[in-house]
Design a protein around this ligand. Structure first.
Ligand code: NAI
Ligand code: MG
Length: 353
């Protein structure tokens, strides 16, 4: 029995979670896997009602599960830093989810904003540091009026850089053996030079991997001009966040991008969620692309050692993206969230038969 915690969150988080639940039901029926699910209403709505994104014992509740699936959190009226620091960041940090894995590729048939001859064959993964870096609580404000000053510290630890670099290089060893490390050590002279140094030290232990260092601005340009150059990108929390949205855009839409918050050294559980947010501009209208969520479900199934349904789900996703009739508006199609979900579940049942 696999225990899953489900957090739909806000906005289209609900819609894509509904899609995930239908796919999990299908997986359960088709492959004889049993899931028990705990649905948690932790959200901005809860914040308005109870004054907190999650209850005091929220992390203890999650700890009783094998994996967490999250839709998206954030809603106008609640500042974004409240929803992020009240839920996502505590979960990522409490459970040791120091890897944020964000795969991206060009799918057959999906119209990409870059020319097809440039984009074709793009297939890489962003390994984003998920526990420290630029997203820190250290800092504050002093003074008022024209003399007001804000300070925000970044934290980069040797252990933090070492373990994310190690993870990225191990991933590269199972792929095409190439790691691009995002830096900015020309301008950010303390933390980023440290990042470069530790990444180089880890690289020595992985002679089969080619490690290329690039300033993040140049890397952003490369991602648009020559996206096929990348195999594995390793980046700090902030750089990885930005580069992975860019990667998704280059490949067609942020609506298809998945992510896994992994706790390789425990205590876990790990958490799976689409890269996109709650999209208030389209929420409640059945327009959300569920593929980012469903690809996240595939990553979760893989993580839970269920390779067969994971592979079959990816095949179903590829089939949905190939056909304009099962593409949502963000990909130039007319399909609803429900159309895509119905197609994927039917496909899954068919593939396994
Ligand atoms: P967003 O990802 O919600 O939306 C950006 C744009 O992409 C919007 O035009 C939206 O309609 C579109 N979009 C996003 N997902 C889509 C999907 N599945 N299908 C079709 N179109 C899609 O980012 P935004 O607007 O910056 O943030 C909105 C709220 O979400 C904010 O409160 C923010 O804090 C929160 N957020 C939460 C995240 C999380 O829970 N992990 C991640 C990013 C943002
Ligand atoms: Mg982001």
């Amino acid at each position: 029995m696999i225990r899953l915690a489900l957090i739909p969150g806000d906005g289209i988080g609900f819609e894509v979670m509904d899609s995930a639940k239908r796919v999990l039901d299908t997986v359960s029926r088709t492959y004889g896997v049993s899931f028990t699910t705990t649905e948690l209403d932790w959200s901005c709505e809860r914040y308005h009602r109870d004054g907190a994104m999650m209850p005091d014992d929220g992390l203890d509740v999650l700890a009783q599960h094998d994996a967490i699936l999250l839709g998206a959190v954030g809603w106008p009226g609640v500042p974004d830093h409240v929803s992020l620091w009240g839920l996502l960041i505590p979960i990522r940090r409490a459970f040791g989810q120091y890897v944020n894995l964000r795969p991206m590729r060009i799918f057959e048939g999906v119209p990409a904003p870059v020319r097809p001859e440039v984009a074709e064959g793009t297939d890489f993964v962003v390994v984003r540091e998920n526990s420290e870096g630029e997203y820190s609580q250290v800092g504050g404000r002093i003074g008022q009026g024209p003399s007001e000053v804000a300070l925000q510290e970044s934290t980069f630890s040797r252990i933090g850089i070492e373990r994310i670099a190690e993870y990225a290089m191990t991933v590269a060893e199972s792929r095409r053996g190439r790691v691009h490390s995002a830096t900015k050590s020309n301008g950010i002279i303390h933390t980023m030079t440290f990042w470069d140094q530790v990444v180089d030290e880890v690289a020595v232990r992985h002679p089969a991997v080619t490690v290329l260092r690039e300033h993040v601005d140049a890397m952003a340009a490369r991602m648009v001009m020559r996206p096929t150059d990348f195999d594995v990108v390793v980046a700090s929390n902030l750089f990885g966040d930005i580069l992975s949205d860019l990667a998704a855009a280059v490949c067609g839409s942020i609506g298809i991008a998945p992510s896994a918050n992994l706790a390789p050294d425990g205590p876990g559980p790990s958490m799976f969620e689409p890269v996109h947010g709650s999209a208030p501009d389209i929420a409640g209208r059945g327009l959300a692309n569920p593929i980012g969520m469903l690809w996240s479900v595939a990553l979760m199934l893989e993580h839970l050692q269920l390779p067969e349904p994971a592979t079959d789900l990816m095949t179903a996703i590829e089939a949905a993206l190939k056909d304009p009739r099962t593409r949502t508006a963000d990909l130039g199609g007319t399909a609803s969230t429900n159309d895509v979900t119905a197609f994927v579940t039917a496909q899954l049942t068919g593939v396994a038969r």
